[in-house]
Design a binder for this molecule. Structure first.
Ligand code: HEM
Length: 208
């Protein structure tokens, strides 16, 4: 499988739909919006949680919305400057959303297990972001591509989480147990798939 043969349409549609989802938090009364309804008044009033939450969802939404376009061979080949520009915005968006995500992870619904699941995801997301950026600064294009595949697979955790959560509700699983499991399940399989994609790209390259 080559990168330009991915099932782009559903992949992009999911990325755009979930990437736009944070807008809900801008158009509804904060205390009645999504996950914030379940947070205590003390947490919402502490002066940093809400700004961190909004930074996280806004920058995360941007990363999800623009990231998939970077894998297009055509864009890279024809408009390298646009690839570079979008790439810089993406790296910053992941950096901002990852740092803010790490802060709000400590207060994840359900306690320690989801806090660790999201916290580890945030650290891995930031790490792969730094690796992807530093490898392209060294002009190591192959490594850059590999780290970006891993990184976007982690960005895509926002999508897989929002597929697994409704599924767990359809299966009538207890919410907090499902949430704890999904805080890990939303990203570890993605990372494994990204390794497989990297391996396939490598095999195709060596055959070509
Ligand atoms: C990949 C790294 C990510 C990490 C570590 C992360 C972490 C978190 C954490 C800890 C929460 C709060 C959960 C709770 O309090 O129970 C959260 C909520 C949220 N995140 Fe992320 N997130 C990531 C990616 C993204 C992306 C790419 C988006 C873009 C759409 C996003 C959008 C949201 C939204 C909208 C919420 C509010 C919950 C909801 O309404 O479903 N996150 N995230």
């Amino acid at each position: 499988m080559r990168l330009n043969q991915w099932p782009w349409v559903p992949f992009a549609l999911f990325a755009v739909a979930v990437g736009l989802y944070p807008l809900v938090y801008y158009f509804t009364d904060m205390r009645h919006a999504g996950l914030l309804q379940s947070k205590s008044g003390e947490l919402l009033g502490n002066g940093w949680y809400v700004p961190a939450f909004y930074l996280h969802i806004t920058a995360g939404g941007i990363a999800l919305l623009i990231g998939w376009t970077q894998f297009s061979l055509r864009l890279r080949a024809r408009y390298l400057n646009i690839h570079r520009l979008i790439g810089k915005v993406y790296v910053i968006a992941v950096g901002v959303s990852g740092c803010a995500g790490l802060c709000i992870a400590f207060f994840a619904t359900g306690g320690l297990v989801p806090a660790m699941g999201f916290g580890t995801l945030a650290i891995t997301w930031l790490f792969t972001d730094v690796m992807a950026y530093s490898s392209i600064r060294r002009l190591d294009v192959d490594r850059h591509q590999q780290w970006m595949i891993r990184n976007y697979a982690l960005t895509f955790a926002a999508v897989t989480l929002r597929i697994y959560l409704p599924l767990s509700q359809l299966l009538h699983l207890p919410f907090l147990t499902a949430y704890a499991v999904i805080s890990w399940l939303c990203w570890i399989p993605n990372l494994m798939v990204s390794q497989r994609i990297i391996r396939n790209v490598r095999i195709n390259r060596s055959r070509a």
